[in-house]
Design a protein around this ligand. Structure first.
Ligand code: FE
Ligand code: FE
Ligand code: ZN
Length: 293
């Protein structure tokens, strides 16, 4: 089935939890979305029984939403790239294993993970730490959830900034069939890829990694110029990437069926996603939409 799967990051909070997340996505005209199973910045996780998962899944079903296209994002404190603090490394592996279980409990198939930071170690040591960590994780996991390694902008000692580095991790992992990629337009721009040249980007991705490995696209504008190594997302059409380019990522034939997720900032504490989704699906930018929100 050829279909555009477009949604945004949605929060999951008390009292309705997953049911509330699904309601938000539907209200914003989305047929997929991404969520964290708890706070992104810590490892505290409410028990699954509290999260109204069955209610949320029922509502998805009533709306004919394919829940295999819904994405979970792992907490971003997880760092498999460094063994400097061995306790943190051990904890990171356990947290990913737990998130794989949680992802499965929601009926989802894809967990987005930031590859990690090498900190004081060399880059290659960092990449090998990630490979070793992922091997351990998959050895100790009985789900079929895939991990999508996110392309990073290169701030600090972030790993996974280039298609080559991501491919190194995938190729050296014993369970490479469990790995894929999440391409983030803001991150690749900020690292130094010419995100505007979509055909060239996809061609390069295909040559180096293989397009069949592309599991998710994060569609974000960027507050910074190409190569800034910053990672600050902007609203669609307000940053340095621009509406025209971002819309191409939504409609490109090679990306049909790949879920696309907006992670753009709130505007005056309000979620911008309904408007951004509408404009992108219609491939029509509305001048001053952010000012008028
Ligand atoms: Fe991310
Ligand atoms: Fe992202
Ligand atoms: Zn980012």
């Amino acid at each position: 089935m050829n279909k555009i799967y477009l949604g945004s990051h949605v929060s999951m909070s008390s009292p309705d939890f997953y049911l509330g997340s699904v309601r938000s996505a539907l209200e914003w005209g989305e047929n997929t979305f991404m969520f964290y199973t708890g706070a992104p910045q810590n490892s505290y996780r409410l028990p699954l029984e509290r999260l109204k998962i069955e209610e949320g899944r029922k509502l998805l079903k009533e709306n004919n939403i394919d829940e295999s296209k819904i994405i979970v994002h792992a907490p971003y404190l997880i760092n498999l790239g460094s063994k400097e603090k061995i306790d943190n490394y051990e904890l990171a592996k356990k947290l990913v294993i737990n998130e794989l279980q949680r992802t499965k409990a929601f009926g989802c198939k894809t967990l987005v993970l930031h590859p990690g930071n090498h900190l004081k170690a060399s880059k290659i040591e960092g990449l090998n730490n990630i490979v070793e960590g992922l091997n351990y994780i998959f050895e100790n996991d009985n789900t079929d959830v895939k991990i999508a390694l996110e392309t990073m902008s290169g701030k600090g000692s972030e790993l996974g900034t280039t298609f080559e580095d991501i491919n190194y991790i995938i190729n050296n992992c014993k369970y490479s069939d469990r790995l894929g990629v999440c391409l983030d337009t803001c991150h690749i721009n900020d690292y130094g890829y010419d995100v505007r040249d979509i055909d060239h980007i996809l061609d390069e991705f295909n040559q180096i990694i293989g397009l069949e490995k592309l599991l998710v696209v994060h569609v974000n504008d960027s507050k910074n110029p190409i190569g800034a190594h910053k990672d600050r997302h902007d609203n669609i059409g307000y940053g340095t990437i621009g509406f025209e380019t971002l819309s191409k990522y939504i409609h490109h034939p090679l990306l049909i069926n790949v879920p696309k997720i907006l992670e753009t900032p709130y505007v005056n504490e309000k979620p911008p996603y309904k408007k951004e989704v509408e404009m992108l699906l219609n491939n029509a930018f509305e001048d001053n939409w952010r000012e008028n929100l």
